[in-house]
Design a protein around this ligand. Structure first.
Ligand code: ADP
Ligand code: MG
Length: 433
């Protein structure tokens, strides 16, 4: 949480404490201030060491309890300390917060990520040597964070003495802003100087943040000149990050730039299989094939689709994810299979012919009943036959998400209530087979 907001929350919490406790007890809380509220740690400071220790000992739990309400976030711990000690505590809580489950062992390598993987492994094995900086880019959910976390995990196991700074644009910005506010820039700088491997995930968000960019640039140079490893990810290549200083861009390009693209079918299948194996999920081969075939946008969605299948299997009390469970569970994720004989376009044409309207009418903004019914039919059939997600349906039909949802609901009502409509649906499904 941003420090100004945290201060605001703390003020209202103090007010409440004062009312609840009465003036005498409130004495202990009067001069407390909030130092930071992040990563499930609420850090409070008191200028006097004795008071800080006393409050920490006696009131920790009550503060923790109250803080959830006033800060609107769940804390695991409240620490009351002196401002001098707070810096180190916060630093410790921030350090090494990377996911231990993202490793090289459970990263599936395919054509889409082979180069990035090879570079990442080389960096993990000998940081600061050849591939510096390493810049990995690719779309959302394709494995960037997983891959760079794998480097961090590898290094922390194999060279436990290395100082790893695992950051992202958000964290870096917060730290710079705080260093300015608390006048602790020199501490920040000397901490960065001690870093052996710097990771910055999602660097694209640094664009437009002028002050942070300056600090980042300084940190980057300092480390680079001392042959310390720097690893960066972004959702796009350096040249496409607008509002990024030119000197930064050229630094990013000076090492290795590797991209991760969308995984092919085999890679998707391998990822699913590995996940099932690791988590003890029982899934029919046919079902796995179906998921891997239909959910082709990114790996996060692929995992989401598998979770949906697990959920539906649970609901249906089936110990195994069967083909039919998978088919029902992935409707919202699935994309039109490439090269499939039936496309939304063909459905629109058939439906238009059936109802005697023009295809362009279905795709138009017209609201008369002659076209809205065929349109709802076409949207419904596209979903049934091609398993298009509601987002894709929106794109195909030039409608927003709400309209698509509404059309699907309407179609479903009419299927129940109107014999004509359900007959038409049946007939069209036959024709489209
Ligand atoms: P990004 O940072 O590019 O948005 P993530 O690294 O968060 O993507 O990956 C999204 C999910 O997909 C994570 O759960 C990750 O473990 C998984 N994942 C991505 N790539 C692979 C891969 N090659 N093998 C196994 N799992 C992967
Ligand atoms: Mg990421």
């Amino acid at each position: 949480m941003d420090i100004n907001r945290a201060k605001h929350c703390w003020e209202s919490m103090q007010k409440a404490l004062r009312e609840q406790m009465g003036e005498a007890k409130y004495y202990w809380f009067k001069n407390l201030s909030v130092y930071s509220a992040e990563k499930s740690l609420l850090l409070l400071t008191h200028p006097d060491q004795f008071t800080a220790q006393h409050v920490n000992k006696i009131y920790k739990d009550s503060l923790l309890y109250a803080a959830t309400a006033y800060f609107g976030m769940e804390f695991d711990e409240v620490i009351v300390t002196t401002p001098a000690e707070a810096v180190a505590i916060l630093e410790k809580s921030r350090s090494n917060t990377f996911n231990p489950r993202y490793t090289f062992e459970n990263f599936i390598v395919g054509a889409s990520n082979r180069l990035a993987y090879a570079a990442a492994l080389a960096v993990a094995e000998s940081p600061g040597k050849e591939y510096n900086p390493l810049f990995i880019y690719g779309g959302a959910g394709l494995g960037k964070t997983h891959l760079i976390t794998a480097i961090a995990n590898y290094i922390s196991v194999n060279s436990p003495d290395s100082v790893i700074e695992f950051s992202n644009s958000e964290k870096f910005t917060t730290e710079v802003v705080e260093a300015i506010q608390h006048r602790t820039m020199s501490e920040f700088k000397s901490r960065m100087k001690r870093v052996d491997v710097l990771f910055v995930d999602d660097v694209q968000f640094l664009a437009n943040r002028v002050q942070t960019q300056v600090e980042f640039f300084n940190t980057f140079n300092e480390l680079y000149l001392n042959e310390k490893q720097i690893v960066i990810t972004s959702d796009r290549p350096p040249d496409e990050i607008s509002a990024l200083e030119e000197r930064m861009r050229s630094r990013f390009k000076s090492g290795v730039v590797a991209d991760i693209s969308s995984p092919d079918f085999e890679t998707r299948l391998a990822i699913l299989s590995l996940k099932c194996q690791n988590e003890g999920i029982q899934c029919e081969m046919e079902a796995l094939n179906l998921i891997a075939e239909r959910v082709d946008s990114n790996i996060r969605e692929l995992e989401g689709a598998l979770s949906n299948c697990q959920l539906l299997a649970k609901v249906e009390k089936s110990p195994v994810i069967t083909y039919s469970i998978a088919r029902d569970a992935i409707k919202d994720f699935a994309h039109e299979p490439t090269g499939a004989p039936i496309s939304a376009r063909r459905i629109i044409d058939e439906v238009a012919a059936y109802f005697g309207v023009r295809s362009s009418d279905i795709l138009s903004g017209k609201r008369s009943r002659e076209v809205t019914v065929p349109r709802q039919m076409a949207i419904y059939l596209s979903r049934e036959i091609c398993y298009l997600s509601t987002t894709r349906l929106g794109e195909e039909f030039g409608r927003d998400h709400t309209t698509v949802m509404h059309s699907l609901k309407k179609a479903e009502e009419m299927l129940k209530d109107s014999r004509d409509f359900s007959q038409a649906a049946q007939e069209l499904k036959q024709r489209l087979k």
